[in-house]
Design a protein around this ligand. Sequence first.
Ligand code: T4K
Length: 373
Amino acid sequence: MIKPFNNPIYITQPILPDYKDLTSEIRNLYDSRMLTNLGPYHQKLELKLQKFLQVKYLSLFNNATIGLITALKALDLPFGSEVITTPFTFAATPHAIVWNGLKPVFCDIEPKTMTLDPDKIEGQISTRTSAILGVHVYGFPCKVGQISSIARANNLKVMYDGAHAFTTKIDQESICDFGDITVLSFHATKLFHTLEGGALVYNDPSLHKKVKNLRNFGIQDEFTVTDIGINGKLNEVQAIFGLLNLSLVKEEQNKRKTIAEIYRSRLPQLDAINIPEMPLGTSDSFQYFPILIEEHRDLVYKTLRDYNIHARKYFYPPCTEYECYQNLGSRESLPVTYEIADKVLCLPFYGALGCENANIICDVIEIALKKSS
Ligand code: T4K
């Protein structure tokens, strides 16, 4: 008989650097007393990440939300203009639009990748539209080619929220190469993290100057402020964690791959369960493991919780159910979003989970679905 876990099994568990390595770097920090304001660890991490992801420009931020807000500001979109985005995302995505005095226009997603449906974007474009903000949800890439064509034809900027897509690639090319700016999250719940943190990635050198300036209050030098900037700086302790964690990412991904194989081999045997597949030619970031459950998602969620397994309904409800966005979409106008949000469940997914626990999670899901029949 399967017993509930004594300690909770969460959706994720952060990787952590070797304690001795960490303290030796912290010792250096004590000696230098340079704790923040784009210090040497910060600079080193920016360069390392640029190389690791093979991207042209990367600017670190203190979290992805401030990164999103700054990226939209850097694109210089007309105040009050409309940004087409997905309601199937974390609250930070539309919030960043509104924090810039812009209006989110929610467009439905397509069922395979759960990202913005390009065929529905055009119907949402008006004379007030200034940008498209797609989300590579769970690391599934948006249909970047089609979105680029639509943007080009309508003179729109394109931004991507790549909070879940740290190493996602399309045909060997980093997902961050597409669109004007991509935002990454390095929150503790992410595959690669700096406790809290994030980055903006882009190819345009003029954006680089602008982003760096906005990140540091718009300060040019000791006596000159040229932009209404923000404090988006990542501190040196976070940068140290980042440098040490970066060397653990590959191993963590391999462990997650093994867990994904267990889920993939066992769960599709259950009639109610579908596992979304990454499109051909794309490589997974192994950030989340979403499954879609017909009819009985909430029963599975609750049964897992009875066994102290904390799967998460990311992203239920859709953003259009939040009080602040209620007038901006509904089940009728966003049918695919609502259908996916009703079925989705993200399973615990981290290296230290181990094969045995992954199998127990599958057993409990089986038990839940038996109850339903
Ligand atoms: N765009 C998208 C698409 C996003 O998903 C997010 C964030 C953002 C933008 C904004 O990125 P940031 O500004 O945060 O960089 C979590 C994360 O806080 C959030 O970063 C993430 N997406 C979102 C999907 O998940 P919660 O409220 O679900 O987190 P919480 O505290 O319930 O954590 C989940 C589980 O992780 C816990 O049950 C236990 C475990 N955990 C968590 C933390 C914080 C740990 O083991 N250790 C920890 O330190 O939002």
